[in-house]
Design a protein. Structure first.
Length: 153
């Protein structure tokens, strides 16, 4: 599985922790380091950039970290076909994949500590979409998304 990660200026330290954690586990993780390429970039640009790499299939899963995780989730969800959610506990991280089939996990460095963040990331990465009763709900999200992005048809 190819995982991509990025953050804004509020979350650089937590991003480094997560990259080190995943690398030590043998997970192929790419740090986009958007801030390193464009100093002063705000979270919307950073999150949008990562979400585009999910949409175009370069990466299968993405992790975005900002102060709260909220802004990153909002912007990632603006990219058609990309589904993101904020998680600060293991159960929600599992459900983000198992029930909602989300490809992007967002977290807040001002909300979650590094040890719990590692557990949240691990739980999300090993979880897979289960379909079943969640399938028609995810299908409805996709249909409503299509209507939103393409209202003319």
């Amino acid at each position: 599985m190819k995982v991509v990660i990025d953050c804004d200026d509020a979350a650089i330290d937590l991003k480094k922790v997560i990259v080190g954690h995943l690398s030590a586990k043998g997970v192929e993780v790419t740090d986009l380091d958007y801030l390193g390429k464009k100093s002063g970039a705000y979270y919307p640009e950073i999150g949008f950039n990562l979400a585009q790499t999910i949409k175009n299939g370069t990466f299968e899963r993405g992790i975005l970290i900002c102060g709260t995780g909220l802004g990153m989730a909002i912007i990632a969800n603006k990219v058609e076909g990309v589904y993101a959610g904020v998680c600060h506990d293991v159960f929600s991280a599992e459900r983000l994949r198992k029930s909602n089939n989300a490809q992007v996990l967002t977290m807040g460095a001002r909300v979650i500590g590094p040890e719990l963040a590692k557990m949240v990331v691990d739980a999300w990465l090993v979880s897979e979409f289960q379909g079943g009763g969640s399938q028609p709900k995810v299908d409805q999200i996709r249909e409503l998304e299509r209507k939103s992005f393409h209202p003319e048809g």
